[in-house]
Design a protein around this ligand. Sequence first.
Ligand code: FPP
Length: 296
Amino acid sequence: MTQTHAQPERGPLEQALGAQERGPLEQALGVQTEATLLTALDRSQLPKHVAIIMDGNGRWAADRHLPRIMGHHRGIDAVREVVTVAREVGIETLTLYAFSYENWRRPATEIGQLMLLLETYLKKEVRMMVKNGIRFLAIGRRESLPPPIVKLIRRVEEMTSRQKEMTLIVALSYGGRAEIVDAANKLVQSVVKKYRAGDPVPTVDEALFSVCLYTGGVRDPDLMIRTSGELRISNFFLWQMAYTELYFTKVRWPDFKRKDFLLALLDYQDRERRFGLVSKPTSSAHGPTGRTKKQI
Ligand code: FPP
């Protein structure tokens, strides 16, 4: 059975906000100024680790009849903006999923362009990272990246290794299943090295396994943002996202601005994280922060 629904007319405000891309809450909050959103943000309830699947560069370009690379170029501007605002508000760790292991199946020209963009970004931004106390880390199967990029990554990691204000992790040649397999192999190798005939068979627990992941020592993400409307996690942080709050927005990555990031943080602050436990009693009109969305 097909049902037709009358489409509500879009006013100039909705059009300006891109009503098809922003949901009702995003629209309502989106009219607020950045200063209002910042005031509404409870600095004591920030997610410590935010992970982002930056999706929609290609579609952003296609919407404008531009080559895909233009979407990636504008995507870099969004990366700069989000790194800046995350550092300003006090996010401890920001992970950006930039290039998946599956992305190697893209046309060679696009891969080459992405590597060039990454190279330019790292060369340009390393000074900004040091100046702003940002430590850079790359995770993924880096051995499959072009050797000059691997060298550059190592250099940026070294140059920023003493920075403590925020950690910026970029997932490159990354796959969640590959990471789990790599961790299992790492464990097997270390056991085989130490094992002597007659020793009891060693057992593995979650803590030990976590340490063997690329993110060993980094806390799990509290919030995961995915842009461009796809409702899936695409082989990202399969282990780490067991209790992560998920936030999906239709906004394409190149259009994801400071305010969009703040909206995601505010949405997070309106959730109750239970980690499998029972709910704390709260008034039904209020979210876990004790604040209604109307108060924002
Ligand atoms: C997703 O859009 C985006 C990517 C696969 C690449 C993102 C990479 C960058 C912005 C450059 C390097 C990053 C950093 C952190 C310096 P898509 O191409 O999958 O878009 P589509 O799904 O609309 O085709």
